[in-house]
Design a protein around this ligand. Sequence first.
Ligand code: NAD
Ligand code: ZN
Length: 389
Amino acid sequence: MKALCWQGKHDIRYETVPDPAIEHPRDAIVKVSSCAICGSDLHLFDGFVPDMHHGDIMGHEFMGEVMEVGSDTTTLRVGDRVVVPFTIACGECYQCRRGNFSVCERTNRNAERASKMFGHPTAGLFGYTHLTGGYAGGQAEYVRVPYADTTHVRVPDGLSDEQVLFLGDIFPTGWQAAVQCEIEPTDTVAVWGAGPVGQMAVRSALLQGAKRVICIDNVPERLDMAAQGGAVTINFDQESVLDWLGDLTDGKGPDKCIDAVGLEAHASRSLDSMYDRAKQAVGAETDRPHVLREMIYVCRPGGILSIPGVYGGVVDKIPFGASMNKGLTWRMGQTHVRRWTDELLGMIVEGKIDPSFVITHTVPLEEGPGMYKTFRDKKDGCIKVVMKP
Ligand code: NAD
Ligand code: ZN
């Protein structure tokens, strides 16, 4: 079959690879009808996430048709149409029973390696680093889905791929980011990043009843899309984020802050970002925490920082004293996708939201390698890429 494979930093290739097969009775094989490139894929593309191997198949946002099921797979049938959550969940362990699917205790087959780095293993993820199990991803014609009984969302035929595809990642990710904010009707929520996750976070925060959402980025068309979704916007190339957030909140600061940017944050006019880039370049710091610093500084005391943006290793110069003394609460994590998908699918069916609004590019899978660059560089108005194998 054909798949997009990681062959090193800035090197994704469309290659011929062996077809996947059932390896375990709880597996299913899915023929992919649509898949997407996620901001998290860019961290692999840009070489910031360790333990990627040459030839690893990319992709963790995908859907398709069940072609084959293992003998212990009882809730799925051949022919079912499914979206596959990017977090692989056994459904039975201590964490899965609590809905903490992204820290499932069983699905990371490199648990020992992951424990050395993080203290504990986290769940297996599709198309990601070997620290999260090294599972082949869904930017491919076919994919093996482990623990398929509990790692799927069955979708009705009446909805298009484009309407439901993002149930596998960015829609629940934006939703969870907002839920973590425990939004109250008087809240101003600030969202850093107007990429696909930021877009979902803006709409989720408003659906969850925020009084006002402010979205920060420097890409005009992304800010326009956030404004169409109901946000007030700040372009950080043109204005001081901290000053503007202060002005918009009568000096109080936003009640809740969402970091939908993560470890590759850039900043146009700040010394700390030059410092981060220099340290990252020599390996003295893995992640650039510019947004975290801004959130701590500007968030209203007693507020919540919600962090869907991905961090991989260590950060430096975090004003932890400010965070402690202001009594801020930190909430974060890879998304517990399956925890939210029934509710979110219901909202799509009812027409409360159509997540396909975020798609700007639809291409055949073989154009994937070029689209990684287009998406990373925000060229051609690119906000979200869907690929068809
Ligand atoms: P993206 O790269 O398209 O979006 C990031 C956006 O942040 C870009 O528009 C960029 O211009 C903007 N940005 C950069 N520096 C900024 C700054 N200083 N202030 C404000 N905005 C800034 O990616 P995405 O798909 O939207 O993903 C966003 C983040 O969410 C990534 O870190 C990704 O890995 C993460 N993510 C996490 C989960 C999860 O489960 N927690 C799931 C999906 C994605
Ligand atoms: Zn993702």
